[in-house]
Design a protein around this ligand. Structure first.
Ligand SMILES: Nc1nc2c(c(=O)[nH]1)N[C@H]1C(S)=C(S)[C@@H](COP(=O)(O)OP(=O)(O)OC[C@H]3O[C@@H](n4cnc5c(=O)[nH]c(N)nc54)[C@H](O)[C@@H]3O)O[C@H]1N2
Ligand SMILES: Nc1nc2c(c(=O)[nH]1)N[C@H]1C(S)=C(S)[C@@H](COP(=O)(O)OP(=O)(O)OC[C@H]3O[C@@H](n4cnc5c(=O)[nH]c(N)nc54)[C@H](O)[C@@H]3O)O[C@H]1N2
Ligand code: SF4
Ligand SMILES: [Mo]
Length: 653
């Protein structure tokens, strides 16, 4: 008889939606994962990336044993070693670095490969315990994080969207990246006849489902929004009482808006003046309107101006006053993820390094001490960090000892000295909080670790004694580590049984806050237009670079293509289906051209974060992106300017 059980868990990926799932286990093997129908936000449907998650756990190319490098860095040549050897080697090399260069020459590097609290934060404890350099910063939406820190409200319960009367999907490809929110958009249409408008330089699958698509020139959104404010102020349709009570700089903000009449802004944004005027009127009269933004429009040097201009609009329209109204950039539940990291173990004034400028940090000779020991988990920086050529130049340094904890031999892991196999979500306990709704989810392990994979909590427990770290925090179980992040009113036993719990923070009400908000943008300039701007949005079947190696997802995504507007193609003498070389002073890639009016002129786009290996899909957009950040630390992925040329047929063959 086959033994069958169902285990409650959740998706670990860096996606707004954090779906709750049930893993079906037959004779100790997971045979399927299915979305939980009773989850009020994700409602039983896993996305096209994840609905066969078990194939990732059981993939042929999964890393199942520790490895030690045998060839040159980056070559991917390794030999199998056992865990004791691997951990002793790591301890020996890291202790050596501490002796020669001090503990700050060690650096942990992690991002959101998994959003599970235990997997993200347990290994940090080793580094805080050793007094290593800390890291800060974001490679995703640093602009929204920095505005949130200033006190701007940037999210509310997205289930309220069902009561919105006007929904502006501003630079968010909802049907590809966070599709569970769409049901509430649909409800608003059915219940209230809500209008839905997309603002995006690309006619995405989401834009096609909207009532209107405004094809904006990328990087001009803050000017568009400020011009909407101009119209609202000039026509006397703004909620002056509301904005005056929330702004710290009302007069200055009005002056800035005055400088952007629709005729001037329209020229910069590549739209008609009427488009701005009509949207301003519609926005002012909607009762209420919500602006739902994504990360695409933040990823340039004016990222903070963009979020600030939207925050100003939400107050100028008085929309926060009503259920369903305001701004949504991210919506976090009441949860303190970093509480699991045991930051108090770190000595005072430990150096902190911005993870988004890793390339600079690894190659900066004036950095004292230089980074000599690095451990990377939940991140693929050789693909996802700006100016990734520079990251790779750093990772190849012979005086740097790198450990990668991974599931697969990614572009980054190929540069490591030691690779440790990590468990997947089906093999460990964790707790995950979303950034697109308010339900915290528990993930119970469905099966024992495959091969010799270990959870990060287990790796922490094995490493700590090798470093003489004796605090009781280093012996905590995975469950105890994750539980630090829960609010006091959530019972972990109940959470494990039920699978999810809603933990909503209070609805923002900026008008009642003591804190006054700055609405005037620091940078509000027409962006550069010379050259073609390269956008690198999310792919439907990948989660950033995760899944780029998985056969099913790769086949569904097809090969990488470069989208170009027909006007640009005609000007450059290029045609649909041609093989092209996309290049600039930093790097290049070769891909197939798709000539389409689904993207505005002046911009091209390559969807997805592909790996350099295999060579057929070696399209790493960040090989071309610049070492450039907004003042708030937002990597300016979209401020990449390139030339596109045909590749001679002989060169392709
Ligand atoms: N399928 C899938 N889902 C994902 C991910 C994934 O990789 N694949 N990644 C997850 C992560 S980490 C994140 S951060 C979210 C991101 O979710 P989204 O923000 O929805 O994703 P992006 O594709 O980065 O950007 C959204 C849109 O912004 C547009 N855009 C680019 N520049 C501009 C601009 O200057 N102005 C305007 N108005 N629009 C612009 C792009 O054309 C794109 O359609 O998705 C998450 N979900
Ligand atoms: N050009 C350009 N660059 C971008 C973006 C863009 O739009 N354009 N988007 C940016 C954004 S929004 C984001 S969020 C970042 C994402 O950048 P990254 O955080 O680097 O995300 P991924 O590329 O998905 O890589 C995550 C890695 O974590 C690994 N992983 C997953 N789960 C686990 C685990 O449990 N344990 C361990 N040890 N490893 C695990 C996966 O196998 C994968 O290799 O990229 C950014 N980079
Ligand atoms: S990636 Fe997002 S939509 Fe897909 S299963 Fe995970 S949480 Fe759900
Ligand atoms: Mo992201």
């Amino acid at each position: 008889m086959v033994s069958v059980s169902e285990v409650v868990g959740c998706c670990p990926l860096d996606c707004q939606d954090t779906c709750s799932w049930v893993a079906r286990v037959e004779d100790g093997h997971v045979t399927s994962v299915t979305g939980r129908r009773d989850h009020p936000f994700t409602r039983g449907v896993l996305c096209a990336k994840v609905n066969d998650f078990q194939t990732r756990t059981y993939a042929n190319d999964r890393l199942l044993h520790p490895l030690r490098r045998t060839g040159p860095k980056g070559s991917g040549e390794f030999e199998r070693i056992d865990w004791n050897e691997a951990l002793d080697l790591i301890a020996d090399r890291f202790l050596g670095v501490i002796k020669s260069d001090g503990p700050e020459a060690l650096m942990p590097l992690y991002y959101l490969g998994t959003m599970g609290t235990m997997q993200r934060h347990s290994l940090r404890r080793i580094f805080t315990g050793l007094g290593a350099s800390n890291i800060h910063g974001e490679v995703c939406g640093a602009s929204m994080a920095s505005l949130s820190q200033e006190g701007h409200p940037i999210g509310f319960d997205p289930e309220e969207t069902a009561d919105s009367r006007l929904i502006i999907l501003w630079g968010v490809n909802m049907l590809a990246t966070c599709h569970h929110h769409w049901q509430f958009v649909k409800q608003a249409r059915q219940k209230h006849g809500a209008r839905v408008i997309a603002i995006d330089p690309r006619r995405t699958q989401t834009a096609r489902q909207c009532d209107q698509h405004i094809a904006i020139r990328p990087g001009t959104d803050a000017i568009f929004a400020t011009s909407m404010a101009h119209v609202m102020l000039a026509e006397g349709i703004a909620d002056l009482d509301y904005i005056k009570r929330t702004a710290s700089d009302f007069e200055e903000y009005c002056e800035q808006a005055k400088a952007w009449p629709p005729e001037r802004a329209a020229e910069v944004c590549g739209v008609e003046p009427e488009t701005i005027i009509n949207l301003a009127r519609e926005f002012a009269s909607a009762d209420p309107a919500v602006i739902r933004t994504g990360v695409g429009p933040q990823q340039n040097i004016q990222g903070e101006s963009y979020i600030r201009s939207l925050s100003a609009l939400a107050c100028l329209g008085g929309h926060w006053a009503k259920r369903g109204g305001g701004l949504i950039a991210e919506t976090n539940p009441d949860y303190d993820d970093a509480a699991a990291a045991a930051l108090h173990l770190a000595p005072a004034n430990t150096r902190s390094i911005d993870l988004s400028s890793l390339g600079v940090s690894l190659s900066d000779r004036s950095l004292l001490p230089a980074i000599k020991g690095l451990m990377i988990w939940g991140m693929n920086p050789a693909v996802t960090i700006v100016d990734t050529n520079r990251v790779r130049q750093g990772l190849v340094r012979e005086d740097l000892f790198t450990v990668a904890v991974e599931h697969f031999m990614t572009d980054t892991a190929r540069f490591a000295d030691v690779v440790l196999p990590s468990t997947t979500q089906l093999e460990h306990f964790d707790i995950v909080h979303p950034w697109g709704h308010h339900y915290i989810s528990a993930n119970n392990p469905a099966v024992d670790p495959v091969g010799e994979a270990k959870s990060h909590g287990e790796i922490m427990r094995l490493l700590a004694p090798r470093f003489g770290l004796t605090d009781p925090l280093f012996t905590e179980t995975d469950e105890q580590i994750a539980a630090h992040a829960l609010p006091a009113y959530v019972d972990i036993g109940e959470l494990k049984d039920i699978g999810f719990v809603k933990a909503s923070p209070p609805r923002p009400s900026p008008v009642d806050s003591e804190m006054k908000l700055k609405f005037t943008s620091d940078i509000l300039e027409p962006p550069r237009t010379a050259g073609l701007r390269l956008l690198s949005p999310k792919a439907h079947y990948f989660l950033n670079s995760t899944f780029a190696n998985m056969p099913r997802q790769r086949q569904s995504e097809g090969n990488p293509v470069v989208q170009m507007n027909s006007r640009d193609a005609a000007e450059s003498g290029l045609s649909d289906g041609q093989v092209v070389r996309v290049h600039n002073e930093r790097g290049e890639f070769v891909s197939t051209l798709s000539v389409t009016d689904d993207i505005v002129a002046g911009a091209i786009s390559v969807g997805g974060k592909w790996w350099s290996v295999p060579v057929e899909t070696n399209v790493v957009a960040n090989m071309l992106s610049p070492s450039l950040w907004s003042p708030g630390g937002q990597p300016a992925y979209n401020d990449t300017f390139v030339t596109v040329e045909a590749v001679a047929a002989s060169a392709v063959a």
